[in-house]
Ligand binder design. Structure first.
Ligand code: ADP
Length: 492
């Protein structure tokens, strides 16, 4: 099918559309709006004065002239010619009119002020031509460069025609002046509107411009600077404050996310490092075992070494799983009343052989006390703290004791071990932080024990504290809420 010819092809121009600059700045829009409204108002006033007031003045002037003509006619009707002239002269002189009287026989005489007008012009004058039968006529024209107004009437009773003329009556002069003043006022009003709207628009748009500039910077990722608005309008200040608060929140959230990403990267790096070493060792020991030419003693040695590394890996994975659980499951803590001393005895039983191997004395006897907490998690806290106390002590005692403190019990784990140097104290709860990495690994430590302790107690809403004297002793403590013995026994 043939395509219909396009406008271009057919030589016709397409319909042209008028496009308005809708994307002009707020300042331009404000100025245009002000000027439009004030302009319309000024033009309306101007038109009103020019037409309505103008025509009213015109008709008042016309009425006045007709009245004057009637009054003169009243006085000159039925009067002798001499007296008539005298009356006309007096009236014209007093009121500054030009008065013309034409008798029925066509005689005309006129006075302009007290001066008689020589041979007054009456032939072909529009307001006089064919005036008869009580007619009246009004005429405006320019004579000798002056605007002249005439009102002429015919009196049927006497046949007299009286015409009153006036050069530029005061009202007309006033109207002219009024028109000039009005035009000047209109121009001034428009100029003032332009200036006022420019100042007002500037006051409004400057802070907006500042906010826009800052918003653009924020969208480009630069959130370091606050928006400062120099305006007396409270809305702009409020807007700037809200935006500043919003950026401050985003700023701190971004920093927190960056910090978490760094922590996570470091954590992943540490985990892979911790996992690689034992796997590499197990591989080596298995290879050695596979080599065949080993004595029973050597085989036993390699097998034991391999197992130790597997235990280390197992501990590490258990700790990592524990950390992940604590991190992502907030409902993990199930607090119930339980006998704390019974729990401590259980832990002592688990660790007594390890303490015995090192010749350490465990002192764990306390009065029966009931607390409200997650028993399994607090067991893990005690195991981690007491296991560390045994691992990092070479002689002396490891003690677990309770101290009642208001509505709580303070649980302390105290050892007489090597202690922790002061500058390490604030870091030991971080994941994989070790004061002495070799010793930690040798004792089967994963570097995660204390961070798990901190996380479990944090989930209970309790902090963990440490105090240590390097080379002498270390004391860890935390608190748990007490419950009465009756409640504890009832819950058991
Ligand atoms: P690890 O598995 O290495 O024991 P932890 O998180 O349990 O990891 O402990 C972190 C570090 O804190 C340990 O490596 C050790 O240096 C130090 N530490 C913990 N408990 C004690 C203690 N009772 N005495 C001395 N040092 C300790």
């Amino acid at each position: 099918m043939a395509e219909p010819p396009s406008d271009e092809a057919s030589g016709k121009a397409g319909p042209s559309r008028l496009v308005f600059p809708t994307r002009a700045s707020t300042q331009t829009w404000m100025i245009l709006t002000f000027v439009l409204f004030v302009g319309i108002a000024v033009i309306a006033v101007g038109l009103y004065v020019a037409f309505v007031v103008g025509s009213e003045i015109d008709s008042t002037v016309r009425q006045t002239l007709y009245q004057q003509a009637s009054r003169v006619a009243d006085r000159v009707e039925g009067v002798e010619d001499e007296d008539r002239r005298a009356i006309v002269r007096d009236v014209a002189g007093l009121a500054d009119f030009q008065i013309t009287v034409i008798t029925p026989d066509g005689q005309a005489f006129a006075y302009d002020g007290f001066r008689p007008v020589q041979s007054p012009q009456i032939a072909g004058v529009p307001e006089l031509a064919g005036l008869s039968d009580g007619q009246a006529r009004y005429e405006k024209r320019t004579e000798g460069g002056q605007p002249m107004l005439y009102a002429a009437i015919h009196r049927p009773a006497s046949g007299l025609v009286v015409r009153v003329g006036q050069i530029r009556p005061p009202l007309v002069t006033l109207l002219g002046r009024l028109r000039v003043a009005l035009i000047v006022a209109m121009i001034m009003a428009l100029c003032l509107t332009l200036l006022g709207s420019w100042i007002a628009a500037k006051r409004v748009t400057e802070p907006l411009e500042e906010i826009r500039r800052s918003a653009r910077e924020i969208s480009e990722g630069n959130m370091d600077e606050d928006i400062v608005v120099d305006s007396r309008a409270s809305e702009f200040q409020d807007l700037a404050d809200s935006l500043n608060r919003m950026t401050a929140t985003y700023r701190s959230q971004i920093h927190e996310l960056q910090r978490l990403a760094a922590v996570q990267n470091e954590f992943i790096g540490n985990v892979s490092h911790e996992v690689r070493n034992p796997i590499f060792s197990v591989g080596g020991y298995l290879e050695a075992l596979a080599s065949g030419s080993l004595t029973d003693q050597q085989r036993k040695f390699y097998a034991e070494k391999g197992l130790t590394n597997l235990v280390r890996l197992n501990n590490l994975f258990n700790d990592l799983i524990e950390i992940a659980r604590l991190e992502y499951r907030e409902d993990l803590i199930k607090a119930i009343p339980f006998d704390l001393q019974e729990l401590v005895d259980e832990v002592a039983e688990q660790l007594i052989s390890k303490a015995g191997e090192k010749g350490l004395e465990l002192i764990f006897s306390n009065p029966k006390l009931y607390v409200r907490a997650d028993r399994a998690r607090i067991r893990q806290v005690l195991v981690n703290l007491i296991d560390n106390a045994i691992a990092y002590s070479d002689e002396g005692t490891v003690r677990c004791r309770f101290r009642r403190h208001l509505e709580k019990v303070r649980v302390e784990v105290v050892d007489t071990g090597r202690g922790i140097p002061e500058d390490h104290l604030e870091n030991i709860f971080e994941r994989f932080y070790r004061v002495d990495p070799d010793r930690s690994r040798k004792s089967g430590g994963t570097g995660l024990g204390l961070s798990i302790v901190k996380q479990i107690l944090h989930a209970h809403g309790e902090p963990v504290h440490v105090e240590s004297t390097a080379g002498r002793s270390t004391r860890f403590w935390f608190e748990l809420p007490l419950v009465s013995n009756e409640e504890g026994v009832a819950a058991a």
